[in-house]
Design a protein around this ligand. Structure first.
Ligand SMILES: Cc1ncc(COP(=O)(O)O)c(C=O)c1O
Length: 399
């Protein structure tokens, strides 16, 4: 067996199942699951319809790994419009992927040179768990950057030792961030691009929450946009990851894309050709329609806005929690340990949330997720409000 398999951590939801083993919540209370970031809003009918329409013909075809041109054109146009980019070449700068999860994983397998000494993969901590698994299975070593409240939940990039930057091959960033919802600003993105040039590493920017923001006048900036500001039209060393899962409530579609540096994408396409991860033709057709429509995305933001407002009204007086600029998560402080709180909330109130410590690792002597829970505002407004009331009850019982 691949020896690196033994270095993989149990997934957070496996840890959660273990934490709750033997607990029986009251049968009188319906279950409310805010632990997993799985959007529950309806998938837009135009996406469903396109998928159905394209299925009979699509099933008779082997798709190419590069995907059809019309999909890549739709993606390139979306990128140019959304991030004010002068040119995105659908032939060179864009590749469809079956959700960002597989792409974030596969990317490290493609980019990391395991023959080099200390191939570091730098990532935020807490983090989307795939970054770590991808680094480990690529034969690299994860370097964790603690994201703590005192630093506005931002990675402290300046704290990374020079030798780590020198040996770094890949940097994962996540903006809007899961779990904190915070954003990396233009100056930080430009600083990271300078570092990437200086030390010759690749930046993988996970932007899968980029469309779930709250101020309609200020959509989050992206890495390719930072390139554009620098006049870096070739997007050198920069790759972004986007998804329809959160933007278009289609986690089951398994659809996203990667975009950026043409030379890196040329190699990634080669990798993917052998890996065998072409996107189904029907999924390509549905994705094309989804990237071309913004109406459902605006409606989606409205739904989240209402849920944040309602939950925060109930929770802010009792819990250390604030409105993030983006994402669909609350990253809330717990009055007792995060695992104990999550367990008690489940046992007494049948509400599921994720302990923050399950999303992060010990680094520099602390686990930066400790003492926090991640609440995913994915259920209906009514269910979210009900969950907030139940969370409040547990907090008050601890006083
Ligand atoms: C930060 C982050 N990146 C990537 C993903 C993967 O999304 P998908 O594979 O559905 O595109 C998720 C899913 O929860 C996520 O939270």
């Amino acid at each position: 067996m691949n020896v690196d398999l033994a270095r993989l951590q149990p997934y957070p939801f496996e840890k959660l199942a273990k934490l709750r083993a033997g607990c029986t919540p009251p049968a009188s209370l319906n279950a409310i699951n805010l632990s997993i970031g799985e959007p529950q809003h309806p998938t837009p009918p135009l996406v469903v319809e396109a998928l159905i329409q394209a299925t009979p013909l699509g099933l008779r075809k082997y798709p190419t790994t590069q995907g059809v041109e019309s999909l890549r054109v739709a993606i390139a146009q979306w990128l140019m419009q959304r991030f004010q980019l002068a040119t995105v070449d659908p032939q060179k700068h864009v590749l469809p992927v079956n959700g960002t999860r597989e792409a974030l994983f596969a990317f490290a397998q493609c980019v990391v040179d395991r023959e080099k000494t200390h191939p570091w993969v730098v990532m935020p901590n807490p983090f989307y768990q795939i970054y770590e698994g991808a680094a480990v299975l690529a034969g690299a070593q994860p370097f964790y950057l603690n994201c703590v409240a005192a630093h506005d939940f931002q990675p402290d990039f300046a704290s990374v030792p020079t030798h780590v930057w020198q040996e770094c091959q890949l940097l994962y960033i996540c903006s809007p961030n899961n779990p904190s919802g915070t954003l990396l600003d233009l100056a930080t993105l430009q600083y990271l691009i300078e570092l990437a040039d200086k030390y010759n590493f690749v930046i993988a920017a996970d932007e899968c929450y980029s469309e779930l923001y709250f101020d309609e006048t200020q959509p989050p900036i992206g890495l390719l946009q930072a390139c554009e500001h620098l006049g870096r039209h070739d997007f050198k060393r920069c790759i972004v990851f986007h998804s329809l899962s959160k933007r278009s409530n289609a986690p089951g579609l398994r659809s996203g894309f990667v975009a950026g540096d043409a030379e890196i994408l040329r190699q990634f396409l080669l990798y993917r050709t052998y890996h065998g991860c072409a996107m189904s033709p029907a999924v390509q057709a549905a994705s094309e329609v989804a990237w071309q429509d913004e109406v459902h995305v605006r409606e989606n933001r409205e739904l989240y806005r209402a849920k944040f407002a309602a939950m925060l009204e109930i929770l802010t007086p009792v819990l250390g929690v604030t409105q993030p600029p983006a994402s669909f998560y609350l990253w809330a402080e717990t009055p007792i340990s995060d695992t104990d709180f999550a367990k008690q909330l489940y046992l007494e109130q049948n509400v599921s949330v994720l302990p923050g410590s399950y999303l992060s690792r010990f680094a520099k002597g602390v686990n930066p997720g400790e003492g926090r829970i991640r609440i995913a505002l994915v259920e209906t407004l009514e269910a979210c409000v009900e969950a907030a009331q139940r969370i409040k009850t547990v907090v008050e019982s601890l006083r």
